[in-house]
Design a protein around this ligand. Structure first.
Ligand code: UDP
Length: 251
C-alpha cells in the first residue's frame, strides 16, 4: 500500500528529536511515559499522511563530549553516544507501535539483531509505504552529533524540511533562560545563523550543510499544543531558517 499524498505544505519531513524529550520527570535515561508522549505527537502528523523519518538523539543517556571530559577517548565516547541513540530509538519504536503507528528502525552502526542497517533507498520505500522510519546512531561516525546526522539524512532522503523539535519554542537572539529580554526570530537567514555567535541552534557543520544544499530548517517546541501539526501545515510557529528568507524577529 502506498501512502496518500497529504494536503500539507511539507509532504516528507525529517524530524530531529533530542534525547532530552525522552527523560520525562527523570534526571537521566528513558521514561516510557515521555516516549509515549513523543509518539502521540508523531501519530498526529502520521494520520495526516505525511512521510516521516526521525533522527533520535542520545543526550539523555550519554554524550561523547561529556565522556571525554571524564577521561574516555573521544571517539570511543562518541560511539557510546551513538549506542545511546539506539536505546532511545528502540523506546520510541516501542511507543509508536503501541499506539498503532508502523515503524522500521535503521541504524548507521550495524546491529542486525535490533535494527535494519541504514539503506537510503529502503528508508525512502518504507516512508512511501506508510512506515515511520527511525534513524539511530546518527551518521555512524564520531566527532559529530545527531544534528549532523539529521541534516545529512534530510538531504539524502529528499525531505522537504528538517524539523528540529526542542524544549524551546524557536531560536532567540540570546539565551532566553538567562536573558528576560531575549527575542525570538520568526525567520532567520542561514548566513546570519552561522555568523551570529550568540545564536545556538545546532552544530555549525549541520547548519552549513543545510545552507549549502538549501534544506530549510524549522525549530520549535515539540510538546507545546499541536505544534508539530502546525509545522507540517506550514503555519508560522517557532523559527524558520532558509537561504531565501530575511532575518526577522517575531512581533
Ligand atoms: N554521536 C556521534 N556521531 C553521530 C551522532 C551522535 O558521535 O553521528 C554521538 C555524540 O557523542 C553525541 C551522542 O552520540 O554527543 C548523542 O547524540 P546527541 O548529542 O546528538 O544527542 P541529542 O543532544 O540530540 O540528545
Amino acid at each position: 500500500m502506498t501512502k496518500k499524498t497529504p494536503n500539507t505544505r511539507f509532504k516528507r519531513i525529517l524530524l530531529k528529536v533530542g534525547g532530552e524529550s525522552m527523560i520525562g520527570d527523570r534526571e537521566y535515561g528513558i521514561d516510557p511515559k515521555a516516549a509515549l508522549k513523543v509518539a502521540k505527537h508523531i501519530k498526529d502528523i502520521y494520520t495526516m499522511h505525511v512521510q516521516i523519518a526521525i533522527v533520535i538523539g542520545g543526550g539523555n543517556i550519554f554524550r561523547g563530549i561529556a565522556g571525554e571530559k571524564n577521561g574516555v577517548d573521544r571517539a570511543t565516547a562518541d560511539y557510546m553516544g551513538m549506542l545511546a541513540t539506539v536505546m532511545n530509538g528502540l523506546a520510541l519504536q516501542d511507543a509508536l507501535e503501541k499506539i498503532g503507528v508502523p515503524t522500521r528502525m535503521q541504524s548507521a552502526l550495524l546491529m542486525p539483531a535490533v535494527a535494519e542497517s541504514f539503506i537510503r533507498r529502503k528508508a525512502i520505500r518504507h516512508m512511501e509505504k506508510g512506515r515511520v522510519v527511525i534513524l539511530a546512531a546518527g551518521t555512524g561516525v564520531p566527532y559529530v552529533t545527531t544534528d549532523t546526522g539529521a541534516s545529512l539524512h534530510a538531504l539524502e532522503l529528499k525531505c522537504d524540511v528538517l524539523m528540529k523539535a526542542t524544549k524551546v519554542d524557536g531560536v532567540y537572539d540570546k539565551d532566553p533562560l538567562k536573558h528576560a529580554d531575549a527575542k525570538r526570530y520568526r525567520t532567520l537567514n542561514f548566513k546570519d545563523a552561522i555568523e551570529k555567535a550568540d545564536i545556538q541552534i545546532m552544530d555549525t557543520a549541520a547548519l552549513a550543510m543545510s545552507q549549502e544544499n538549501n534544506m530549510p530548517v524549522m525549530v520549535f517546541e515539540l510538546f507545546k499544543n499541536d505544534n508539530l501539526v502546525k509545522a507540517v501545515r506550514g503555519e508560522d510557529i517557532g523559527t524558520y531558517l532558509a537561504n531565501d528568507v530575511k532575518t526577522e524577529l517575531a512581533v
